[in-house]
Design a protein around this ligand. Structure first.
Ligand code: PLP
Length: 424
């Protein structure tokens, strides 16, 4: 019997969907007003200008207040924040860092460009790092782990933190896709020794590009500050330090200028004030879907308390079922697919080819005994198996109750058609 045909007829949804973009969908007068201030001050550079630039500094202060952390550093992108995090922890050739195979290129790129060997681990059904495989992949050279909270859903931080602590492994918490998310009552971004945010256009808040680094460790902060600038520590940052000697000019090293512009900072201030509105709406709609399907026998919805609610992930017993369900949902006019382009990096170039800008560079270049056996999909066998069993439907703050009812109705219809042989 052709299940797709059964699911045919009049699709549940015919009219177009609102955008599922998050902060980007609410850009308006507030951002314009903040930008106007920067223009009026004639100060698009955050540290000085013709007037008194203060937007990016204010953003950092608001981030510190929100996360309850000692230091926040605004930078030019989430990728820049990751690079600064690697610099902050002092990682380099000979070191290994564990990361999930299912993630974004920047996590890998930040490591290999420092000569650090990435060691891939599986995800589990949280779609985030599997603590058990994290533990298995630890070697005497493991210095850190990168934990990504994919699409607003927290990794199993209790276990990950316990394992990391037991082995003296530092945590880089990648909250690029999970700003505002939580785990067991604590904010995501407060678990890492260093944590990062992204403000790229698909993220919860955006300035087109932008990022931030958070930490409670003064030494890590100073190293990140140096790397995000030219190696120096400006007085604005020195004033924040308890140990002024950390800012000594003789400790300078070659930084790469990943500063946030005042225009980005201003834009993000307006966006930051919309965070509760964005996530409040998404979480409400997400809950409606969860409540409706809480008893469903054929799939379960990925959820941990604190989830940002920006996408509904249905987990099926097999990839075949997920695939069939997805095709039927698409036939009903539902947009299926996550807003994130994360993939199994072990199947992607330049990871497969282990290419760097110069062949001689560590961790792959001659003279470095890289453990390249870990660079095949077989080293993380569960990742594709688990990813194949999920389908995603994105939610944005512009979605109406009717939009979410259409999603629920379509899932109900497909569920009835596929599993109960009903007409739908
Ligand atoms: C998980 C994750 N980490 C890091 C980044 C890098 O952020 P950016 O695009 O701001 O450089 C992204 C962006 O897509 C991401 O999804």
């Amino acid at each position: 019997m052709d299940k797709l045909a059964i699911s045919g007829g009049i699709p549940v949804r015919v009219k177009p969907w609102p955008t599922s973009m998050l902060g980007a969908s609410l850009i308006g007068e507030e951002e314009l007003n903040e930008l106007r201030d920067v223009v009026a001050e004639k100060s698009p550079f955050r540290f000085y200008g013709l007037g008194n630039p203060a937007k990016t500094a204010t953003l950092e202060k608001e981030l510190k207040d929100y996360f309850g952390c000692k230091f926040a550093l605004a930078v030019s992108s989430g990728s820049a924040a990751l690079v600064c995090a690697v610099a902050a922890l002092g990682l380099g050739p000979g070191d290994e860092v564990i990361l999930s195979a299912f993630t974004w290129y920047s996590d890998y790129n930040a490591l290999v460009n420092f000569g650090v060997l990435p060691v891939f681990a599986d995800i589990d059904e949280s779609l985030d790092l599997d603590p058990a495989d994290f533990a298995r992949k630890i070697t005497p050279r493991t210095k850190a782990v990168i934990v990504v909270h994919f699409q607003g859903g927290a990794a199993r931080m209790d276990e990950i933190c316990r394992i990391a602590r037991a082995h003296d492994i530092k945590i880089i918490e990648d909250c690029a896709q999970a700003l505002g998310g939580g785990y067991k009552g604590a904010r995501l971004g407060t678990f890492g020794d260093v944590s990062i945010l992204s403000f790229q256009v698909h993220k919860v808040l955006t300035a087109g590009e932008g990022g931030a680094l958070l930490t409670n460790h003064e030494e890590y902060f100073v190293r990140a500050v140096r790397y995000h600038d030219l190696g120096l520590v400006r007085s604005y940052f020195t004033e924040q330090l308890a140990d002024q000697s950390l800012a000594d000019a003789q400790k300078s090293f070659a930084g790469l200028q990943f500063r946030m512009s005042e225009l980005q900072g201003a834009f993000l201030l307006a966006q930051f004030r919309k965070l509760d509105q964005i996530l409040g709406r998404c979480r409400l709609l997400h809950q409606k879907v969860r409540d409706h399907f809480s008893q469903n026998q054929h799939f379960r919805i990925r959820y941990t308390d604190g989830d940002c609610g920006i996408a509904i992930f249905l987990l099926f017993a097999t990839a075949g079922e997920a695939d069939q369900f997805r095709k039927c949902l698409e036939a009903e006019g539902i947009q299926v697919g996550a807003a994130s382009a994360c993939s199994n990096l072990l199947q992607q170039y330049p990871i497969k080819s282990q290419k760097l800008v110069h062949d001689a560079l560590p961790p792959f270049g001659s003279g470095f005994a890289a453990n390249i056996s870990g660079f095949s999909p077989e080293s993380c066998p569960n990742t594709n198996l688990i990813l194949g069993r999920y389908l995603a439907i994105s939610i944005g703050p512009q979605f109406t109750d009717e939009d979410v009812m259409d999603i629920i109705t379509a899932i109900d219809k497909v569920d009835a058609n596929l599993y109960q042989g009903g007409p739908g």
